[in-house]
Design a protein around this ligand. Structure first.
Ligand code: KG4
Ligand code: ZN
Length: 466
């Protein structure tokens, strides 16, 4: 790991942790009370040491790494890991000051999926405006911020780069600390913004377009992976099914299937539940996708004909397939969650909550079915509102706040960065360490690691400190 003399380094490496114990940090302006936006106070305070700066905060509650709510941090969060360009400003006490999302829905509808180069261009076109809107809506300027948080992985490199460059530019210009955020950790942690009683340890089912994770969240930056997908994530199955059914993809495939499924008979098409024979907590959606494709072909549905132009009978068939697909896709989630809850309670009997987050968690049917599962197991379900389940800047800002409080941030980047600056982007970045029992024989080479997990890095840095 690099040393703390990071101002000259042009990589973001939150996990090199700018230690709260360090006494040789560069001068940075770390905190600025939110009250300054109401009564502008200049000049800004410069604090030499993180530790002394931190003590200037109005914090009143610390529970290990559980939340300290009452402070004056104001953090800008930037998210560009996939197809949404998002920014938000969130206060340390959890108040959302602004939230802006620009989606690439038209591109998605045109190409039926995310094309990285085009997604990068789309992010580049709107990033400045999205961030500006977020600041304007919060009635703040960059100089009022305490820090900038940005997704550094996992995701598409080309897309991550756009957000990271923007965050670094702001952080360098206004001498702000910067927090590199794990996208999936952010999906899980935003639940702690929504439910102030949610403390570690808790379980999380994170379901999105690219990820299907069951984790035991032990602490900030510390996750045990109970299950993951061996091929596709559930969101991918929703998206492809919607495309093959000729649905309008402008709001992405998930909502389109959810809506159509309400009109269909969920028992009418027989699909088999994936991985029944595997008594673990892993997922597989590639086979179900194929089953949907075959069902569409066998019923002679022409996906080239948009749903709105299809005959009534054809529309009914499509609705039946959508409903049957959704029933089985969610049944697979239910079965894995039941087992994961048992495993998690054996490891951490104090667990009381299952968090369900990520884009697919905005689905009402998914929420209702998982509510039944947790109720059967005497747990509580914590599901952020739909706008915080799909990709957003709030979850990034909030995760930035949680990490920032623990001293997990990097100093402002240098004002001038070399052209060939090597950014620390982590397109394939596991969240947690695998639970031994959860290792699947069915796992393919696709799961080969590119980057050490967030948990491994957090633990390594903690060892270094002690
Ligand atoms: O978390 P997210 O916004 O982005 C990624 O990190 O991937 O998740 C996007 C996924 C897409 O596959 C989208 O179709 C799905 O979430 N999704 C839904 C719903 N809303 C979004 N899936 C099912 N039902 C929904 N209502
Ligand atoms: Zn996501």
């Amino acid at each position: 790991m690099a040393s703390l003399g990071l101002t000259l380094s042009c990589t973001i490496s939150r996990l090199n942790l700018m230690s709260e114990l360090s006494h040789n940090l560069p001068t940075i302006r770390v905190f600025k009370a939110l009250s300054s936006r109401l009564t502008p106070q200049k000049p800004l305070h410069h604090h030499r040491l993180f530790k002394s700066s931190f003590s200037t905060l109005n914090c009143s509650k610390t529970l290990g790494s559980n939340l300290v709510f009452y402070d004056n941090l104001v953090v800008l969060g930037i998210e560009t890991s996939c197809d949404d360009t998002a920014a938000a400003v969130v206060r340390g006490d959890g108040e959302i000051l602004s939230q802006v999302v620009s989606s690439q829905a038209d591109l998605l509808a045109r190409y039926g999926g995310v094309a990285p180069k085009m997604a990068e261009e789309a992010h580049s076109q709107v990033i400045d405006q999205v961030v500006q809107d977020a600041l304007d809506k919060a009635n703040l300027a960059e100089a009022d911020l305490s820090a900038v948080a940005v997704t550094i992985g996992p995701g598409l490199s080309l897309c991550l780069r756009v957000g990271v460059q923007k965050a670094r530019k702001i952080a360098a210009t206004y001498q702000l600390p910067i927090v590199g955020v794990h996208h999936m950790e952010a999906h899980a942690l935003v639940a702690r913004l929504c439910d102030r009683d949610l403390q570690f340890p808790f379980m999380a089912l994170l379901i999105s377009g690219g990820h299907n994770l069951l984790v035991l969240a032990r602490d900030l930056g510390h996750y045990l992976q109970l299950g993951t997908t061996i091929d596709d994530a559930i969101g991918e199955a929703y998206d492809k099914s919607a495309k093959w059914l000729g649905l309008d993809l402008r709001r992405s495939g998930g909502p389109a299937i959810e809506e159509l499924a309400r009109q269909g008979d969920a028992q009418s098409v027989t699909f088999s539940v994936p991985m029944k024979q595997h008594k673990d907590c892993n997922f597989s959606y590639a086979g179900l996708k194929t089953q949907v494709k075959l069902a569409i072909e066998s019923k002679n549905i022409d996906a080239g004909i948009p749903f709105s132009s299809a005959s009534i009978e054809d529309q009914r068939l499509r609705a039946d397939i959508a409903a049957s697909f959704q029933r089985v896709a969610v049944l697979h989630l239910e079965e894995r969650c039941e087992r994961a809850i048992q495993w998690a309670l054996e490891i951490e009997p104090s667990i009381k909550h299952l968090v369900v987050s990520g884009g697919v968690a905005s689905n009402q049917y998914v929420r209702a079915r998982l509510h039944e599962v947790v109720a059967r197991n005497s747990l509580q379900l914590v599901c952020p509102p739909p706008s915080l389940c799909t990709d957003n800047g709030v979850m990034i800002a909030w995760t930035g706040i949680e990490n920032f409080r623990l001293g997990r941030f990097d100093p402002p980047p240098p004002a001038i960065e070399p052209e060939d600056c090597q950014l620390d982007l982590r397109p394939r970045w596991p969240l947690g360490e695998e639970y031994e029992r959860g290792r699947s024989i069915a796992r393919s080479m696709r799961t080969a690691r590119i980057h050490p997990s967030l948990t491994a890095l957090t633990q390594a840095s903690q060892c270094q400190k002690s």
